[in-house]
Structures are given as C-alpha cells and as structure tokens.
Design a protein around this ligand. Structure first.
Ligand code: GLN
Length: 203
C-alpha cells in the first residue's frame, strides 16, 4: 500500500517514455502524477523528465511556459531526474544546438553520440552508487557528456564518457532504466527526494 506520507513524484508527460517511468516509480512504492502544466509543480516533491525527443519536449516546455517555473522549483531544491532526452534538456550546453533547455546541469552534451553503428545497444555498467551488481543499461540514440562542471559527480561512464551523473539534487542518465526490471535508479532517486529537507515541496 502506498502511504499518504510518501512524496508525490511528477513525471513530465509532454512526449516520450513517461508511462514506463510512472510504472517503475509506482513499483518502488511512490505516488506519481503526470505533469503537463506549471500549476501542477506545486503538488510534487520531485520530477522525472523521460526519454523521447529532446527538441520536441523542449519546444513543448517553452510553448506551455514550463521552463522558468521548472527552473525555479529545481533551484529551490526539488530533485529532478532526467533520462536520455531528459538528460539533454537538463544540460547547460548542447553541442551544435540552440534548442530550448532547462540549463541546470553544468555540462556539455552530445546528442546521438554513439553514431549509427551503435545507435541502440545494451551494456552492463558498474554503478557503485546504487549497488555492487552492474546495471543493465539500455541506450537508444543516446547522448554522452563531453564536459562536466566541478560540482558534477560521474556515477557511470562508457569508454570514459559520462553516462550517469549527479549534481546536488539533479540526477541524469543517458540510458533508460525504466525499460528494464532493475528499479535501483528509481529507488535511488526516491531516496534523493526523501532526503530533501522540505521534501522538495514549495514553502
Ligand atoms: N536522440 C534523442 C534526442 O536527442 C534522445 C533519445 C532518447 O531519449 N532515447 O532527443
């Protein structure tokens, strides 16, 4: 049973794999809500930005006047987890692109970084932050980080390029944990939300 004291996690539901993230979070015991409007940000203690197409999600965030309210909540301490396109949208710098973004994660990202030959692939990645067993990571036209700022901690890499990082209350992965049965990253994000002093709720 989901306790009412459990924080409510928003899943940005403009485009992409939001249903899979909801399912994973709910399997971890969280309450979830699909977020499409700025006023809904008041109900949530954390937000997941799913994979999909970052240019589309970014354009919809801009069209729906969600960029600034979301930046404000994040700067106010609400944890945010971005996977794949979600990671791209969190970054301050996107190589060769001026597409809309939140620009909260001090990093430079390269989209579709693995090229055609490794367009989509799976890999067992050491991810000590969530446990000793490797994490089975699914990459789909995935980005990598080319640069990370001093406050960004690398949690996992592929060939020396970061694919999972944390900067304070921001978590980002190039891959899609919501497409596997491994709930450790969603659990880890829920712990980040529970550890937030105000539980990420606006005062
Ligand atoms: N290649 C996509 C983009 O640039 C991201 C792919 C994904 O989210 N699986 O937005």
């Amino acid at each position: 049973m989901v306790g009412m004291s459990e924080p409510c996690i928003g899943v940005l539901a403009l485009q992409g794999a939001f249903r899979e993230h909801r399912r994973a979070l709910e399997r971890c015991g969280a309450r979830t809500v699909e977020v499409r409007r700025a006023d809904q940000l008041n109900q949530i203690a954390g937000l997941v930005i799913p994979g999909g197409e970052s240019t589309t999600i970014g354009k919809l965030l801009a069209d729906w006047n969600l960029l600034e309210p979301l930046r404000e909540r994040s700067r106010g301490g609400m944890p945010v987890y971005g996977s794949c396109a979600g990671l791209i949208l969190l970054c301050t710098d996107i190589e060769n692109s001026d597409q809309p973004r939140l620009g909260l994660l001090d990093a430079t990202v390269r989209r579709n970084a693995f090229g055609r030959q490794r367009d989509s692939f799976e890999a067992d990645l050491p991810l000590p932050e969530v446990g000793t067993e490797p994490f089975h990571a699914v990459f789909i036209r995935a980005p990598v980080l080319l640069r990370t700022g001093p406050d960004v901690r690398v949690l996992a890499d592929v060939d020396g390029r970061p694919v999972a990082v944390r900067q304070g209350t921001l978590l980002a992965t190039s891959f899609h944990p919501e497409l596997t049965e491994d709930l450790r990253l969603h659990d880890y994000f829920l712990d980040m939300v529970r550890e937030t002093p105000t539980r990420g709720q606006p005062s």
